[in-house]
Design a protein around this ligand. Structure first.
Ligand code: LMR
Length: 336
C-alpha cells in the first residue's frame, strides 16, 4: 500500500513537472494598497491585474488587496522589502523610510499648478532618475500613477490663512507636510490613512488634507463640515515592486508585465482628474459639507504663507533638484 502510494506520488509529481496532469501554478503578485477600489489607484490596480492575466495568458495572477486589508501605511514598505507582497503604489509622501529623500519634493506646497506641469516631471527624466535611486534599496519603480491635488477640510471654515491656527490636522508621515501645517500655525498629527475617518468622527483631529477622491470614498465629508478647494499640493503614487522578485521573473513574463504596467499607467493618469471631479460632484450632492472655492487673492496668500516650507526644505532635499523642478513647472518664487 505504502509502495503504491509512493509510486503514485512520484508519477503525479513527474506528470505535474512536465505539465501532463495540470497546468503550472500561476505566479502570484500580491498588490496591496490603502485606498478604496473606486479611486484612481484602486481602479488602475484592478486594470493592471486584468491586463497582466491577459498578456501573460494566465501565467501571472495579480491579487489586489485594497483599503489596508493587508497592511497599513508604514507596514507596506517593510512587507515589500521582505517579499511578503510583490507590488505597492504608496503615495510619494511615504517614500522617506526607503531612504530616498528626493521624493519629498513632491510634498512641497503649490510646487505644481496642474497635471501638465506635474507630468513634465513624473513622466520625464527627473521622474525616471528618482525611480532609479530606489534600486539600491531593493525596490524597483515601475511608473507614476496620479491621484490629484489636495484640498483642506475641517469642521470650521477655511478661507484665510488665520483660519488654520490651532487646528489639529491629520497628515501622512512626511516632514514636509509637518512643516506645511506648522507654517499655518496648525498642529500636524501623523496617522495611518485607514484611521482618519474615525479620528475625524471622534474629534481626535479637526481636519485633514487629501484629494477629493480619497475624501469621498472614505466618507470623510460626512464628518467634516467644511471643505476648501485649495489644490495646494499634489498626492500621487509610484508603483513599486521587490527588485529581486522582479529580476527573477522569466524574461518573457517580465516583458509582458512591463507592457501591462505601461498601459495601466496611461489609464491611471487618464482617469485621475475625472475621478476627482466626479467625487467632488458627489460630495456636493451629499449636502453634508460646505464647499468653498478660494478667491485668487486667498489662494495667493496661502501660497505665500507656505513658501517658507520650500526655503526650509530645498537644501535638505536637494537644492539642484528643486531648481530643476521649478524650471520644468515655471514655479517662480520671485512672483510670490
Ligand atoms: C494618505 O495617506 O492620505 C494617502 O497616501 C492615501 C493614498 O494612498 O492615497
Amino acid at each position: 500500500m505504502k509502495l503504491y502510494a509512493t509510486l503514485l506520488t512520484l508519477a503525479l509529481g513527474w506528470g505535474g513537472a512536465v505539465g501532463l496532469t495540470h497546468a503550472a501554478e500561476p505566479i502570484i503578485i500580491k498588490f496591496s494598497h490603502v485606498v478604496a477600489n473606486d479611486t484612481p489607484k484602486g481602479k488602475a490596480s484592478l486594470y493592471f491585474a486584468k491586463l497582466a492575466a491577459e498578456k501573460t495568458h494566465g501565467r501571472v495572477k495579480v491579487e489586489v488587496y485594497p483599503n489596508s486589508t493587508l497592511y497599513k501605511d508604514k507596514e507596506e514598505l517593510e512587507a515589500l522589502q521582505m517579499g511578503a507582497v510583490q507590488m505597492l503604489a504608496p503615495s510619494l509622501a511615504k517614500f522617506r523610510p526607503l531612504g530616498v529623500k528626493e521624493f519629498e519634493a513632491f510634498d512641497l506646497p503649490f510646487i505644481f499648478d496642474d497635471y501638465a506641469e506635474l507630468h513634465r516631471v513624473t513622466q520625464g527624466p527627473i521622474g525616471q532618475s528618482l525611480l532609479t535611486k530606489l534600486e539600491a534599496k531593493g525596490v524597483k519603480g515601475l511608473g507614476y500613477w496620479d491621484n490629484g491635488f489636495k484640498s483642506f477640510s475641517a469642521n470650521s471654515p477655511l478661507r484665510g490663512v488665520a483660519d488654520y491656527k490651532g487646528l489639529k490636522m491629520r497628515i501622512q508621515s512626511s516632514k514636509v507636510l509637518d512643516a506645511q501645517m506648522r507654517a499655518l500655525v496648525a498642529i500636524p498629527q501623523v496617522m495611518a490613512f485607514s484611521e482618519v475617518y474615525q479620528a475625524l468622527q471622534t474629534g481626535v483631529v479637526d481636519g485633514t488634507e487629501n484629494p477629493i477622491s480619497n475624501l469621498y470614498t472614505q466618507k470623510m465629508h460626512e464628518v467634516q463640515k467644511h471643505l476648501s478647494l485649495t489644490n495646494h499640493g499634489y498626492l500621487g503614487y509610484a508603483v513599486i515592486t521587490n527588485k529581486k522578485f522582479w529580476d527573477e521573473l522569466p524574461a518573457d513574463v517580465r516583458g509582458q508585465l512591463d507592457a501591462a504596467m505601461k498601459e495601466a499607467t496611461v489609464y491611471a493618469n487618464k482617469i485621475a482628474k475625472q475621478e476627482n471631479d466626479d467625487a467632488l460632484e458627489m460630495v456636493r450632492k451629499s449636502g453634508k459639507t460646505q464647499i468653498y472655492s478660494l478667491t485668487a487673492a486667498e489662494r495667493l496668500a496661502l501660497k505665500r504663507a507656505l513658501f517658507s516650507v520650500h526655503k526650509e526644505f530645498a537644501p535638505k532635499i536637494d537644492e539642484a533638484l528643486i531648481q530643476l523642478i521649478y524650471k520644468e513647472t515655471n514655479f517662480d518664487p520671485a512672483k510670490l
